[in-house]
Unconditional design. Structure first.
Length: 232
């Protein structure tokens, strides 16, 4: 399958599109003000939002669901989330408070970017399609769902061999939004920080050579390389 991975947004908050001949799968949905950057990114490869066949969420936090409800209601795009994060995506459960060291500059930058890109206009999902560990979705790129509880109960990794990538959401970051560190590390917001490393171990044997995070640049390496860099 010919497929292209588009990175949309920036190292503070990004979403990704998997573009194939059969259409587009969007992994995560950025912030509410990201409609135009999504439309521009798709137009640059000769596509538009009508080509999006589904949105697949790594988890249900507000900085990952941004344009999902607009796509669902205005364009009929189904939105998939793990059954244990359905309530989170629909606004029934707040995310965890951040942990770890913070620096004023990076923290202010994160909140400034979030506000500029519509964080105060978050629309939680009115309806979702739920998924489970082991599901392979009937969407472009055939996303495989791997349960990754820790950051949230319903966090998942999304494996898409067609673009040589595993999307890990906020389990891991390469740009800590609260202190600016660009070291590979566990994400700063977590419901169960002790569980995240256990979940990451389940990825160890996978061959894909791009680890795509929600915040920061793509990590160039396999899951085993990622775990080694984390000291695991």
């Amino acid at each position: 399958m010919n497929a292209e991975l588009l990175r949309i947004g920036d190292d503070i908050v990004a979403m990704h599109a998997v573009v194939t001949e059969e259409g587009v799968t969007l992994v995560d949905a950025g912030l509410p003000g990201d409609r135009r950057i999504l439309q521009r990114a798709l137009a640059a490869v000769g596509r538009d939002v009508s080509d999006i066949r589904g949105v697949v969420l790594t988890h249900g936090d507000s900085d990952h669901i941004g344009v999902a409800e607009w796509l669902r209601t205005a364009h009929g795009v189904p939105v998939y989330v793990h059954e244990d994060d359905a309530g989170r995506a629909q606004g029934e459960k707040a995310p965890s408070a951040p942990g770890g060291a913070k620096r004023l500059g990076p923290t202010l930058q994160f909140f400034a970017v979030a506000l500029r890109r519509g964080a105060l206009r978050t629309k939680h999902l009115g309806a979702v399609r739920t998924m489970r560990d082991g599901d392979v979705l009937d969407l472009p790129g055939a996303p495989e769902i791997l349960g990754m509880p820790g950051h949230s109960a319903g966090s998942v990794a999304i494996r898409i061999p067609a673009v040589d990538a595993i999307f890990v959401g906020d389990a891991v970051t390469t740009r800590h939004v609260l202190n600016g560190s660009t070291d590979l590390q566990l994400g700063p917001f977590s419901d169960d920080p002790e569980l995240t490393p256990v979940s990451l171990e389940h990825l160890r044997g996978l061959p894909e050579r791009r680890i795509v995070v929600g915040h920061g640049p793509i990590f160039p390496g396999t899951a085993a390389d990622m775990l080694a860099a984390l000291g695991r």
